[in-house]
Unconditional design. Structure first.
Length: 329
């Protein structure tokens, strides 16, 4: 009897958890700060534009940061919290070691606080800043429902457990996204964010130098591309960087999908999108298309969904005075 009760209890808990998260997501609204901080979106855009205009790479950095935040405890800005002597926070976890752009969020938060003190959460600022950064470099825009609260917990191990690593296969990626209520299509669409930005050589060293332990490279990679990567990433220079989307890493476009079918996906997780019928079909639909409009629309839709993952609203969470530090209540 007891063995039957436990699975039922677990199933009930999961259902209740999902319903709570869906209810929280529905509490987000585009006009949330209309009365309390009416100039919010202009303040955010002006600061983000200033940074991204001078350093376009901040767009990719903020997009990655937003993704890494939402996949760990939901979109609660926990990735922004600094470690303390008693706790190693998410931003110091191995998958987040190369995150950049914290200074942009700090600058936006400071500007918002001058106008609307303790009103706007860091989670909402990160969501808005990401949208605006992508827009500044010519990418799509999307509505950002607001009303998120900031989390008070940030644990490095949770980032390691929740963020899909660059060596995941298609089955693992699909499962990781499904755990966040994202579809297979969302997986391929959001992977398209790799059309901008760079990666450190340390993330691909094994793939190009010692894939199976005998000094070989991943056979899923184009040999000529491997030679290029080896030239850019000579041992032991693991801190060198390479473009995520060769020759198009500063433009938000559909070229990322072209690189995949040419076997030039930088990570194993990129190449894995060709190994599933549904993900492969989506990739090839954009290779065959001459327009980015369909991808832009899909990307906007998936970003709205991602921005609602496990959000805190209402009395849950807090509004941090500084994004890197939990309030002292």
């Amino acid at each position: 009897m007891a063995t039957n009760v436990i699975p039922k209890l677990v199933s009930t808990f999961v259902v209740v958890f999902i319903l709570v998260q869906q209810a929280n997501a529905q509490n987000l609204t585009e006009g949330y700060y209309k009365k309390t901080c009416p100039s919010l979106e202009k303040i955010v855009y002006d600061v983000v534009y200033r940074y991204v205009h001078h350093v376009p790479g901040f767009a990719a950095a903020l997009l990655r940061m937003h993704f890494h935040d939402c996949f760990v405890r939901g979109c609660d800005a926990s990735v922004l919290i600094k470690s303390t002597p008693n706790n190693t926070a998410e931003r110091d976890s191995i998958p987040n070691a190369s995150l950049r752009g914290f200074e942009v969020i700090d600058a936006v938060k400071a500007a918002v606080e001058k106008k609307c003190r303790r009103t706007v959460s860091c989670a909402d600022i990160l969501a808005l800043s990401t949208r605006d950064a992508v827009t500044v470099i010519g990418g799509p825009s999307w509505p950002v429902p607001l009303g998120r609260k900031d989390g008070r917990i940030s644990v490095a191990l949770e980032a390691l457990l929740n963020l899909p690593p660059p060596f995941f296969n298609a089955t693992q990626l699909i499962a990781a996204f499904a755990a966040k209520n994202l579809t297979v299509k969302d997986l391929v669409v959001l992977s398209g964010g790799h059309t901008i930005g760079i990666s450190h050589c340390s993330s691909i060293t094994t793939r190009i130098y010692n894939f199976t332990g005998i000094g070989d490279f991943d056979p899923a990679l184009d040999p000529a591309y491997v030679r290029t990567l080896k030239r850019l990433c000579p041992p032991p220079k693991v801190n060198n960087t390479v473009e995520m989307d060769p020759k198009s890493s500063k433009s938000f476009d559909v070229n990322y999908y072209n690189t995949l079918v040419q076997n030039k996906g930088l990570f194993q997780s990129d190449a894995a999108l060709l190994n599933n019928s549904e993900t492969n079909a989506y990739v090839r639909s954009h290779v065959a298309s001459s327009s980015a409009s369909s991808f832009f629309k899909d990307f906007a839709d998936s970003m709205v969904k991602m921005g609602k993952i496990e959000v805190l609203t209402g009395s849950a969470g807090e509004i941090r005075l500084k994004c890197s530090v939990i309030n002292k209540n």
